[in-house]
Design a protein around this ligand. Structure first.
Ligand SMILES: Nc1nc2c([nH]c(=O)n2[C@H]2C[C@H](O)[C@@H](COP(=O)(O)OP(=O)(O)OP(=O)(O)O)O2)c(=O)[nH]1
Length: 157
């Protein structure tokens, strides 16, 4: 994926805004544990690559509203917009699009997981065992490594 640029020269292009949900399990003491990855469905770019669930904002939507809609559409779960915690933003220049990823932490959801786009899901810790991971997902794994004091690889190439 050498053509993917993490810090692009923008050249006047407007990035596509994407809301990304980092669903994290917490223990009784509030310590963060496993996080959810899903595979990109067939028919999409990077089909089969693992990522955090989410998708593009529609007109007039906030990041939180888009995330609520996407998680419902893709996974069948419901979240409260007010409980979404903005975490980080990252821009990626893919061959198919320039995207601005709005990564949000989500700790609470309702409903049973249902893979509505025939994707797969996997609860993971570092190092991530599923592969291949989408390039735009790797920074998140690095942020987790920093937060958690994890040394060594974050995923398998
Ligand atoms: N969902 C998600 N998208 C990511 C991540 N990292 C990353 O670079 N992306 C990129 C891939 C895509 O170019 C874009 C998300 O677009 P998408 O095609 O999944 O969005 P969508 O569900 O709205 O798709 P569609 O309606 O256009 O079919 O963001 C990530 O961790 N999660």
């Amino acid at each position: 994926m050498s053509e993917v640029v993490r810090a692009p020269a923008l050249q006047g292009r407007t990035p596509v805004a994407v809301a990304v949900g980092v669903l994290i399990e917490r223990d009784a003491a509030g310590r963060e544990g496993r996080f959810l990855l899903t595979s990109r469905p067939q028919g999409k770019v990077y089909a089969g690559h693992w990522e955090f669930p989410g998708g593009k904002l529609e007109a007039g939507e906030s990041v939180e509203e888009a995330l609520r809609r996407e998680l419902h559409e893709e996974l069948g779960i419901d979240i409260d917009v007010a409980a979404v915690q903005r975490w980080k933003e990252e821009m990626f220049d893919y061959p198919h699009a320039l995207v601005r990823l709005h990564f949000c932490k989500v700790f609470a959801w309702r409903g049973e997981f249902e893979m509505r786009e025939a994707q797969q899901m996997a609860w993971q810790t570092l190092p991530v065992q599923v592969r291949p991971v989408l390039p735009g997902t790797i920074p998140v794994l690095e942020w987790f490594a920093q937060e958690r004091g994890h040394a060594g690889p974050t995923h398998i190439d």
